[in-house]
Design a protein around this ligand. Structure first.
Ligand code: OAD
Length: 253
């Protein structure tokens, strides 16, 4: 199918949809300057998953891990949502305005969907801005515009190490968040997978749920994914360019 026809077809699906669910990954933030994980220039090229994204890596070298995430928290103030994030927020506004349901499950921890105006966001892998103490559970929330220059290593209450509220490999996703996302994927009539390699589970399983529950499915991604051949419309391209083009083909509401 030609690109234009795919875009029109995706727009038609969304125009008649009552329930829409979305899964996003690092690709949607790439045009905001946040590096993706896999592939050239990806974050897993200069940091080892087992060092910075596992409980074992944290136990081995907590200060290094805290400093690595602190650097990412510091960078939050310099990144802004791009037209891909904005398009998803606009789709939510339209669906909700006509009495429908919308849920956006994201694997990203950069909070950019919120900055773009999305409301029903399910942060499957947590958030960079929220941290907690590994000892007493004391919670710390960073304001991205006001992050201290140097990392905070220890809990101000009990002195134990603090860590970001992000899900590391080997850890469970927040149960209420993944179940809400699975419900949305099961019950939606249109499902969009955008900017994710769709290889990390359970997040990638949401695409499977949507396909097997009979939703009409759309993929927007630069590279092919394991689901490219199972979705109804697979569009190869940048989310910041394709998603606004889809909206442009939908009638004003
Ligand atoms: P990946 O880095 O695995 O995949 C990003 C995808 O986005 C790739 O398939 C790219 O082709 C695509 N892409 C890049 N730029 C794009 C653009 N401008 N528009 C559209 N697509 C673009 O990132 P995720 O799928 O998010 O987990 O990875 C999933 C999880 O693996 C992450 O949440 C993280 C990681 O390990 C944890 O840390 C637990």
């Amino acid at each position: 199918m030609a690109l234009k026809k795919k875009i029109t077809s995706a727009a038609d699906m969304l125009t008649s949809a009552e329930k829409v669910a979305v899964l996003t990954g690092a690709g949607i933030s790439a045009e905001s300057g946040v590096p993706t994980f896999r592939g050239p220039g990806g974050m897993w090229e200069d940091a080892k998953i087992e060092d910075v994204a596992t409980p074992q890596g944290f136990s081995k070298n907590p200060r290094m891990v805290i400093a690595w995430y602190h650097k990412r928290v510091r960078r939050m103030k310099d990144v802004r949502p791009n037209p891909g994030h904005e398009a998803l927020a606009e789709i939510e506004r339209r669906i909700v305005a006509r009495g429908g349901e919308f849920a956006l499950a994201t694997q990203n921890i950069d909070a950019l969907h919120y900055s773009a105006g999305s409301k029903n966001v399910l942060e499957l892998h947590g958030s960079l801005a929220r941290w907690h103490c590994t000892g007493c559970g004391h919670r710390i929330e960073f304001d991205p515009d006001n992050v201290p220059e140097e990392p905070i290593y220890q809990c101000p209450r009990c002195g134990r190490y603090i860590r970001p509220d992000v899900v590391w490999f080997g850890e469970a996703l927040p149960q209420d968040v993944i179940s809400a996302a699975a419900d949305a994927a099961r019950n939606c009539d249109v499902f969009i997978s955008a900017g994710t390699s769709a290889v990390v589970y359970p997040a990638a399983g949401l695409v499977e749920i949507a396909v097997s529950s009979g939703a009409r499915t759309i993929e927007v991604n630069l590279d092919p994914t394991p689901f490219t051949n199972s979705v109804d419309v697979a569009i190869s391209g940048k989310t910041g360019e394709i998603l606004p083009q889809i909206i442009a083909q939908m009638p004003e509401e």
